[in-house]
Design a protein around this ligand. Structure first.
Ligand code: C6P
Length: 408
């Protein structure tokens, strides 16, 4: 299939917006992606035509809503190559999936155990483990990064030992863009008997992910970074792990029998979905997956890679611009962090915003990584398939203008 990537933009109403009298150029896709009308329409259709709670009614509307909600579970399962749809738990997003796991796995951790993280983790993949370590008197251990922003595999091997109970790391760094060798890291961790949890927030939207091939124990991601709405995310777990862990949230629909002083749990996945779920969010996520499948993840990756190469080489041309992360573009996904001379990223971002260009500036929820890079903040451009070379050219010019303005 040949895709007209410029035509794809017609599906995204927001891309017609003007910001400061200029056409919007949206380069903050790692924070959240824009939504195609197919996703917006699917949510509207639910509220207009079959709004009801799931599982709770025998009436027609509830049956319809339940059917679509469960169909989305199946779609997600196929999209990430899970063995069965019951391995897909709906959550509010990556952060809530990781918090859920930290609570659910608490019973497996005792004093002196180790939880292995890396220096490129998002705060969402640090703080829940810090809290768990504090509660259990366990220890957090961090894997070093190489100078070009990759996980130091030798250090990783060294730090894994029989005390390591959990290894949690990101598939793709939201700051460096580094794609980590998940399969290799999982194999090494499993040999030591550690549970492997992978943060796929910046991976699933951009290339094909197959959790069975990766052989991870748990994999988590957010709907809103892959065209879906906010407030919906996924916690994938291998069935044997989901059977071995306890729920961390309790209430309606996650039970089987309730007695005065004890209860039993519903079958997986309902055991892990207490209360009314985000039904419209799941429906929006289902429409997002349909949309991505229509384009094809392989096509998306190929187009994004070519766009990224163009962006990377154009940025390299700007004097005084320092790029963070791997030099080998095969080891990167569509995120690029940089600093330009001594211009504060917030100033740079504000200057670009005046020209209608949205980039992100700050620590990107990665304060540990900022300290490793010896900076307080970076500017960041993150791409998606609706971006174009023309937008990159305009942004490069805007960066040159800002350089001249701030440096006089
Ligand atoms: N990163 C960014 O601009 P939530 O907020 O739960 O949907 O996702 C959290 C999260 C976890 N892991 C990684 C690797 C992430 O990139 C993010 C979100 C956004 O980089 C917001 S800070």
């Amino acid at each position: 299939m040949t895709i007209d990537w410029t035509n794809v933009r017609e599906d995204f109403p927001i891309l017609k917006r003007k910001i400061n009298d200029q056409s919007l150029i949206y380069f903050d896709n790692a924070a959240t992606t824009q939504k195609p009308k197919q996703v917006i329409d699917a949510i509207t259709n639910y509220y207009q035509n079959y709004n009801a709670n799931v599982y709770r009614g025998v009436h027609t509307l509830s049956g319809e809503a339940t059917q679509v909600y469960e169909d989305v579970r199946e779609k997600v399962s196929k999209f990430i190559g899970a063995k069965q749809k019951e391995e897909i738990i709906f959550t509010r997003g990556t952060t809530s999936s990781l918090n859920y796991l930290a609570k659910s796995l608490a019973s497996k951790i005792k004093a002196g155990d180790e939880i292995l993280l890396t220096y490129m983790e998002h705060h969402s993949n640090i703080i829940p483990w810090q809290q768990l370590a504090k509660e259990k008197n366990a220890n957090l251990v961090y894997v070093q990064l190489t100078n070009d922003g990759k996980i130091d595999i030798e250090d990783y091997r060294k730090k894994l030992n029989t005390r390591t109970k959990i290894v949690a790391f990101t598939h793709v760094s939201n700051i460096l863009g580094t794609i980590n060798p998940v399969q290799e890291m999982t194999k090494i961790a499993n040999e030591k008997g550690a549970i492997v949890i992978v943060d796929g927030a910046q991976a699933v939207p951009h290339f094909e992910v197959n959790v069975q091939a990766l052989d991870v124990d748990f994999y988590v991601f957010s709907g809103h970074k892959m065209l879906g709405p906010t407030g919906i995310g996924v916690l994938y777990g291998k069935m044997q792990w989901l059977e071995a862990i306890e729920p961390a949230e309790f209430g309606g629909e996650m039970i089987e029998f309730v007695q005065e002083y004890k209860s039993t749990w519903a079958a997986i996945p309902k055991k892990f979905e207490a209360g009314t779920p985000n039904i419209s969010g799941a429906i929006g996520l289902g429409a997002a997956i349909d949309y991505l499948n229509t384009l094809g993840m392989k096509n998306i990756k190929a187009y994004e890679d070519s766009l990224f190469k163009y962006l990377y080489e154009s940025l390299l041309d700007i004097d005084g611009l320092k790029i963070y992360g791997p030099d080998d573009l095969c080891e990167r996904s569509g995120v690029i962090s940089f600093n330009l001379d001594d211009i504060h990223p917030h100033d740079l971002s504000t200057a670009l915003d005046l020209e209608g260009i949205a980039i992100r500036a700050g620590h990107h929820c990665g304060q540990l990584l900022m300290r490793q890079l010896n900076v307080v903040a970076t500017s960041r451009i993150s791409l998606y398939f609706y971006n174009t070379k023309k937008e990159i050219n305009q942004t490069i010019q805007a960066l040159r203008n800002a350089k001249e303005f701030f440096n006089g």
